[in-house]
Design a protein around this ligand. Sequence first.
Ligand code: CO
Length: 183
Amino acid sequence: MAIRRICKYGEKILEKKTRKVNFDELKKELPALLADMFETMDAVGGAGLAANQVGLDLNLAVIKILREDEPALSIVIMNPEIVERSGSMYEEEGCLSFPGLFAKVRRSAKVKVRALNEKGMPIEINAEGLFAKALQHEIDHLDGIVFIDRLPLMSRLKIKPALMKFKAQWKKIDERKMKPDKL
Ligand code: CO
């Protein structure tokens, strides 16, 4: 297992719709890839991570929701599709590709998602609350949409200075991290 570098806002791969997964083609590499994705997400305390956030053009994501008095809910979604949505919520969101930045985003309160799981089997998920939020956020990533794209224009303008400041910091973090590899 290995922790992978997470792409930050501004990197082109985050803006591109990902390629549908062909399960048979991917199944040999999949266990190691998923283990890396969960490890990477856990290392930074994330609730979800899309493959394109670790530089892979694949329509798959992992989600891990911590729950009180219950084991964490861990799930793999491949080629997911939202087939039903209802209600509305307006809650704070963050993203591993925007470390430190948070903004309130409007989402559906409940979603029904069809996808393939890590075994290539079709699954149907009914989610609400944090789980529904994570599903919508990750499925957006796979479509090349990041959470700030969901903000109304005025909010996007308002966070722009903070975003620019963070961007400069992220560059420094990455340069620091890259150094040992270069030696
Ligand atoms: Co994200």
